[in-house]
Design a protein around this ligand. Sequence first.
Ligand code: FES
Length: 340
Amino acid sequence: MWEYSDKVKEHFFNPKNAGVLVDANAVGEVGALSCGDALKLMLHIDPVTEIVLEAKFQTYGCGSAIASSSALTELVIGKTLAQARAITNRDIAEYLGGLPPEKMHCAVMGHEALQSAIADFRGEVWRPLHEEGALVCKCHGVDAGVIERAIRENGLSTVDQVSAFTQAGTGCTTCYEQIEDILARVASEVAAAQIVEISEEVVSSAATTQAPAAPRAGAVNLFTAAMRPASAPAPRPPAPVRPAAETSPLSPASPPSAGMTNLKRIRLIEETIEDLRVYLRKDGGDCELIDVDGSNVLVSLTGACVGCQMASVTVSGIQERLITKLGVPIRVIPVGRNAH
Ligand code: FES
């Protein structure tokens, strides 16, 4: 049984702006009745100011589809086209106080209908990304482009989440493996970008305080290979929290953990380590989260990471990453797998 917010219920039972807009000069239609979900969004836009004066919708779908469409019309009325174009599926869901994950595709449908209507006003034809990429889910006509965009824009990490946002994989399920492949590829690309940024940041800050260590033949480290001299493998103490002003604007978002519940904090730690595992595995190693005890994060290194000369540097890199993510001092301690 899905939990719906009061606002979702309100927009479902008393949808705003439902019906036909006779004066519409921009119409966007997405979905298909054969798929069980369809939405027609009609806008009346002032041609001079490009402000949306009126918006109405007709939809065929579940309560969440009706609530999402209703919310979309409320969000878009009074906005300029430029502002309307920036509305995302997350904005729609947030306006409703959240949607069950399984229903996020309703908000995605609203976002696509809006883009389609704006294109229509401009005399263009909007084409969903899935018309341009390889078809992944034949049951629902969802292609790699749509899946990748949903993953990147919403930080998705599981097939179930992708299904909730795109419907891909909710039919015969033969596309599961392809969705998993896209998730793995995007995760590795995101992790690579983050690691490069962190390494550059750390290397540049270290360059002001110490000469870089000479690289050792055959020693490759994912995080801060140039940071630690071979003769000093001990992990560094947790770095002090840097004020926001010192953080590079290009750095990935590093939400402070202040105000975060323990559960959220542990989940963030889990996700961060999961991202890094992709890289460790490529080198034949692995790292598993064993426990979180206050500011101590206990991990178990396995595979090629065990006994590796660079293990301490790897631990240090994980520590750096977690500190950046959580914004508080964290100590990563390697332990045996059965430590807890
Ligand atoms: S091909 Fe994706 S669910 Fe059938």
